[in-house]
Design a binder for this molecule. Structure first.
Ligand code: C6P
Length: 412
């Protein structure tokens, strides 16, 4: 850990507890990250002092709530270097953001058009595109992953044949939640642009783990979740390039997103209000801004270095375990802050259950990646995922626990 982070664990109240009589070792950060005191305080402060509805009232509390909510939008825009706060739509999370784009874009697609995804997509960036293809008559195609354990990442050479002018949308993840590899998103966006396709990035696993600059990347749409970047659950962001958002039909309609209404019809407001019908999630948006402040204060480059160093160390130590199969980038590849693995003789759910007895929180299963799992000949993996508060010592606790588990199953 960088010296300036020496007291960082004190910021996270939840970490200071025992689980089954052992100190908690929280290694399930790809599922959701823990919340620092600053984020929890932002929620409490809002509900104790400012709680009111936004955009509707002329009284002091409503104006304060509106300022804080719109301030949060501007803060998030800065966090990803968006050109304009109006490019930030608050959603429930990555899944909702992708659904908004896929449903709205589906209305513009026709038979003969192609939607391109990759073979490593989370169900949240796959099923909505299956639905869009079904609704529009467009065809869904997939950019393959390379290698028996997907250690080669995406097959970029296949883009030469797959990215044709018929492709209208190219939707891909920045970091796979199962493999941990980091995809070259700027290059993928450039390739999409070259054939006139929209680029849609699933940034669920990357947004909290390093710098993210939408303009440098050249993305058309980006979706992410607050809860994976130290923010609350139930809040997320859909970024859309301003010029595109204003051409997109709203996904949901109702109060707050209309300019005028009569009995026959309505006219929509521009983005972002056009995509935020009804009372938004005010408190969690404000707390998400506090999470942006927290991560920026730590340093986004530092976070990337820290998480990747821990994952590389975990990869190294886990490789020495008998019978282990590690998935995703190998030793020489760039790996984000997670490691996924499988044992031939021990099911992932048993690994997670036994590790839990040692106070360790892991995730075991298909990680909402069923087609990828099938391609790799697996039904599940165990995943350890790291974040800013994790330490090298916690990797030693994990390795010791895995030794205990393997010994138990070898002798039972
Ligand atoms: N992955 C995990 O891996 P939501 O649930 O909307 O906040 O995020 C969905 C999502 C989309 N894309 C990727 C790459 C993801 O990893 C996730 C969430 C979690 O443990 C839950 S399956």
């Amino acid at each position: 850990m960088p010296p300036s982070w020496s007291n960082l664990r004190a910021d996270f109240p939840i970490l200071h507890q025992q689980v089954h009589g052992k100190p908690l070792v929280y290694l399930d950060n790809a599922a959701t990250a823990q919340k620092p005191r600053a984020v929890i305080d932002a929620l409490v402060r809002y509900y104790e002092r400012d709680n009111s509805n936004v955009h509707r009232g002329l009284h002091a509390l409503s104006m304060r709530a509106t300022d804080a909510y719109e301030g949060a939008r501007a803060r998030v825009a800065k966090f990803i270097n968006a050109a304009d706060p109006a490019e930030i739509i608050f959603t429930r999370g990555t899944t909702e953001g992708i659904n908004i784009v896929s449903r709205s874009v589906a209305a513009t697609l026709k038979p003969g058009d192609v939607i391109l995804c990759t073979e490593m997509e989370h169900h949240s960036n796959l099923v909505p595109w299956q639905q869009a293809a079904r609704a529009s008559g467009a065809t869904l195609r997939f950019l393959p992953v390379l290698g028996a354990d997907a250690e080669g990442g995406l097959d970029l050479a296949a883009l030469d044949t797959l990215l044709t002018p018929q492709v209208k949308v190219f939707a891909f993840t920045h970091i796979s939640n199962t493999l941990g590899g980091i995809n070259p998103v700027a290059e993928l966006c450039r390739r999409a642009r070259a054939v006139g396709a929209l680029s849609v990035i699933d940034a669920a696993q990357s947004i909290g783990h390093g710098p993210f600059d939408v303009r440098a990347i050249g993305a058309d749409y980006v979706a992410f979740s607050g809860h994976k970047m130290c923010g609350p659950t139930g809040i997320g962001v859909l970024y859309g390039h301003r010029a595109l958002l204003d051409t997109l039909a709203p996904d949901e309609t109702g109060g707050g997103m209309v300019v005028t209404v009569d009995y026959a019809g309505a006219r929509w407001k521009p983005a972002p209000e056009r995509f935020e019908a009804g009372t938004p999630n005010i408190a969690d948006a404000i707390a998400l801004a506090a999470a942006c402040d927290y991560l920026d204060a730590l340093g986004r480059d530092e976070i990337a270095r820290h998480d990747q160093a821990l994952a590389a160390l975990a990869y190294e130590k886990l490789s020495a375990l008998p019978g282990i199969r590690l998935i995703g980038p190998g030793r020489s590849g760039v790996r984000s802050g997670l490691v996924s693995f499988a044992f031939a003789e021990v099911h992932a759910h048993d690994v997670v259950t036994f590790a839990d007895e040692d106070g360790i929180a892991l995730r075991g299963g298909h990680h909402c990646n069923q087609p990828l799992m099938r391609k790799l000949g697996l039904t599940s993996t165990t995943r350890a995922s790291f974040y800013v508060y994790n330490t090298e010592q916690e990797i030693d606790v994990l390795v010791a626990s895995l030794h205990r588990i393997l010994k138990f199953f070898a002798t039972s």
